[in-house]
Design a protein around this ligand. Structure first.
Ligand SMILES: [Zn+2]
Length: 195
């Protein structure tokens, strides 16, 4: 099984003085790929590829590519990593203080179905009851509850426990600020992208 070239097309490069080539590839499984090659030396020094996964008009998952100014991808990565760090720190700080309290709040709930109902009422991302049983069978109740102590659930979880903690709130706020920064950097990357 190997990739085979099925065609090549040339397009004007960003500075319009030369071109870039898109090489179309497909394999025995009828999977498609594109390899983008910058033919312009000036643009090769100034641009790099940004790629992301999206859906085409038939709903198939495809890799989209376009040219962006060099350094843009690293800047986005840097901001996304920073956001990830802030989220992880917020969760690990809150866990140290409130995980015990979170687990204890379920101690009197003996029925798994009731635990599931409680969690479903609290968080919008809960699995179906049958999927929940499978999770519990694999990991156990307290592991499952611990895994629900995550960033996405943090605010609702603390409100549920009636915890008021300004440090956690500050961290949630800086995550929000950083999330906005990621969105801004990404929007600018898409706006200035070239294809
Ligand atoms: Zn060029």
């Amino acid at each position: 099984m190997s990739w085979e070239e099925t065609g090549t097309r040339e397009y004007p490069c960003p500075c319009k003085q030369s071109t870039y080539s898109v090489v179309f590839l497909s394999d025995d499984w009828n999977r498609h790929e594109q390899s983008w090659v910058m033919n312009c030396l000036v643009c090769r020094a100034n641009y790099e590829i940004y790629s992301y996964w999206g859906n085409d008009s038939d709903g198939l998952t495809i890799e989209n590519k376009f040219w962006v100014k060099k350094g843009s991808v690293a800047l986005l990565d840097e901001n996304e990593n920073r956001l990830q760090d802030i989220k992880e720190e917020a969760v690990s700080y809150a866990k140290k203080l409130y995980l015990k309290q979170w687990l204890a709040s379920f101690e009197d709930t003996k029925s798994l179905k009731k635990i599931w109902a409680l969690l479903s009422n609290l968080f919008s991302n809960q699995p179906s009851l049958s999927a929940f049983y499978v999770h519990i069978k694999n990991s156990g109740v307290s592991e499952y509850l611990t895994s629900e102590f995550n960033f996405q659930n943090l605010q609702r979880l603390l409100t549920h426990l009636q915890v008021v903690d300004t440090t956690v709130q500050e961290r949630l706020q800086s995550a929000k600020v950083q999330q906005d920064e990621v969105s801004r950097v990404k929007a600018s990357l898409f706006e200035n992208g070239f294809r």
